[in-house]
Write a protein that binds this ligand. Sequence first.
Ligand code: PGA
Length: 266
Amino acid sequence: MTKKRKAEKRVVFANWKMNPTSLSQAKRLFLDVRTGLGKKFSETEVIIASPMPYLNELQSLAPSGRIKLAAQDVYHEKSGAFTGEVSLPMLKSVGVGYVLVGHSEKRAAGETDLDVYKNVQAVVAGKTVAVICVGEKSRDRDGNYFGVVEAQIKSALKDLKPTELKYIMIAYEPIWAISSVDKSRVATPEDIQEMKLFIQKVLSDCFSRSAANRVPILYGGSVNKKNAEELISKGDVDGFLVGGASLRATEFLGIINIVENYVKTA
Ligand code: PGA
């Protein structure tokens, strides 16, 4: 039996990816989540990373800040001749407080460790939270995947000061467990707990143990209402990054409910 951590706020972070396909659907989904949250769930930080074109409208639907807004990507320059890119100041101007950096789907499309590093630097310099995604493509018996995750973390956090870690969250997302990659493979709570401890060790080697312990470590990859309880209790993570299941309000609220109950009984 895993020992429970002391009660503290947990994070449930929705990554809508390239969904839904219209602003009206995005507003509907957002409002359904907002209504379901009501005044409940005080122990859980709820964050939604929506596609860029919806952010401004969603900001006006979240006046109380109960649901925080995130972007799925950023470009490290502030402005200029960078066609198609969106900068941190632009994101902040529409209420974004969190940015996903280095998601595996961006890395697969060509984003390099250097891009991830530059984006982390830009987000942190803008006093915004970078949610850095790390994770291996596959696992081998020799445990080489630990080295993959270590290298991703060290490169992303290079040059940060310990005091800047308050702008960092790490999302461990083993690529093989992401629902769009292979529906039959899910990480076990033991896989997740082991990697969480490893990530904390990497962070404390780079900074200090106390600084490392303050960095929230989330898990992402096929999280749903059925597995959330086991993953949060035995996986011992600080929250979830939820893709597919965040596109259905009842499913997403169900996950938040599970996390909330876990914190309250911890
Ligand atoms: P999933 O996606 O929950 O659909 O597996 C997670 C992610 O890719 O962030």
